[in-house]
Design a protein around this ligand. Structure first.
Ligand code: AMP
Length: 399
């Protein structure tokens, strides 16, 4: 077990906390979605309420190691100041004299946000001197940036070498609870739903969960690769033609393992990827279904929706990672919406949505609130499901 923010006494201490304030900004530099800021508030307020001096650091965008006002965290500091009652200050640098002076000025219960750590190339290189400079600003380190926990950077890993007490915040604690602990002895049946573009991106998760899951549900362009491998006509569909052997191997392993492996019974297709483009649904694949040569599979079909929803309704645990179709386009989002709805409606199950596109989809369709856990990390949540150790978590103290 990793040391948690609950286990430390921050009173009168300088607590250096890595958060994920990598928020989307519009052309005028205004924040268009402050979910990541609000998500960090429980950890921040836990520390300020206990009398800690809270020093926050984060990255924003990809400034490539150079100071660039376009990627300044100042708007995030302003927004945080509106959301919490503690005073929020901002330092125009994350290391050196400016940062040191701002930290020295900080009173118990106050918050300081440092400027973008990626204004220094040393951050992503996990450079020791830079890590040391960051570390000199805190007595205690807390990591609550799950989205970057799979990266060994100065602010997520290097810094822990130079601070004695290093703990996880509430966000990382919850990610571990749902993506690791709850899946050790999952409530059964355990149904894993995978979609998105590529089999190759998700293969490690499939392999890792093959022994644990009772059923897999596959959608998205991933499913096209399986249907191609089985010898069906998939027309112009996006598929990984060099992964058909791999797809057949997965099907065989699932069969040997007695793990149910549900591919979409039918597929929705269209001639082009455009909002409201005309679509049609194949006959069930196993009854002679095919996608015409000039058309591409863009979503799961109606029979597939019915079968998937029935399987999801009886699940005890659901993990969902990846959309069932090109949900960003109007009219191509039917399968993703239906699957999201089926998960949200299964109130008996432990429901977990892996980060990235599935979280966007769940929120877009208004099901976010009904899920037990919506991961705050895309790559990081996949790596946890793959059973990998994340450097930003491994570097924290054990209890
Ligand atoms: P991933 O990042 O691997 O989860 O893939 C998500 C992307 O896969 C989304 O942008 C979807 O639009 C896309 N996608 C899902 N189904 C299909 C499909 N049938 N054909 C092409 N792209 C798809």
């Amino acid at each position: 077990m990793k040391l948690s923010i609950r286990d430390i006494d921050p009173a009168g201490k300088r607590v250096l906390m890595r958060v994920d304030f990598n928020v989307p900004l519009n052309d005028e530099g205004n924040i268009t979605d402050d979910t990541r800021i609000t998500a960090a508030i429980p950890s921040i307020e836990h520390l300020t309420n206990a009398g800690g001096k809270v020093i926050l650091m984060s990255h924003l965008g990809r400034p490539k190691g150079e100071k660039n006002p376009k990627y300044s965290l100042k708007p995030a500091a302003d927004r945080l100041g509106e959301l919490i009652s503690a005073p929020v200050k901002f330092a125009e640098d994350c290391v050196g004299e400016v940062a040191e002076a701002a930290v020295a000025d900080l009173k118990d219960g106050e918050v300081l946000l440092l400027e973008n750590v990626r204004f220094y190339a040393e951050e992503e290189k996990n450079e020791a001197e830079f890590s040391k400079k960051l570390a000199s600003l805190g007595d205690i380190y807390v990591n609550d940036a799950f989205g970057t926990a799979h990266r060994a950077h100065a602010s997520t890993a290097g810094v822990t070498e130079y601070i004695d007490t290093c703990a996880m915040g509430f966000l990382i604690e919850k990610e571990l609870e749902f993506l690791v602990t709850k899946l050790e002895e999952p409530k059964r049946p355990f149904v894993v739903i995978m979609g998105g573009a590529k089999v190759s991106d998700k293969i490690e998760v499939l392999n890792r969960l093959m022994d644990k899951a009772d059923a897999f549900i596959i959608g998205g362009a991933m499913a096209n690769t399986f249907r191609l491998a089985q010898g069906y006509e998939i027309g112009n569909s996006l598929a990984e033609k060099d992964k058909t052997e791999l797809a057949l191997k997965i099907l065989k392993t699932a069969e040997e393992n007695n793990t149910e492996f549900l591919l979409p019974a039918d597929t929705r297709y269209a001639a082009e990827f455009a909002d409201d483009a005309p679509t049609a649904v194949t006959a069930p694949w196993e009854d002679g279904g095919a996608i015409p040569a000039d058309q591409e599979g863009i979503d799961i079909g109606d029979k597939a929706i019915e079968e998937f929803a029935a399987k999801i309704a009886e699940a005890g645990t659901v993990v969902w990672n990846g959309p069932m179709g090109v949900f960003e386009k109007r009219g191509f989002d039917i399968g993703t919406k239906a699957v999201g709805e089926a998960i949200a409606n299964n109130t008996e199950a432990v429901t977990i949505v892996g980060g990235g596109d599935s979280v966007t989809a769940a929120n877009q369709f208004g099901f976010g609130e009904k899920m037990d856990h919506m991961s705050t990390g895309g790559g990081a949540s996949l790596e946890l499901l793959e059973g990998k150790e994340l450097p930003g978590i491994a570097a924290l103290d054990d209890k």
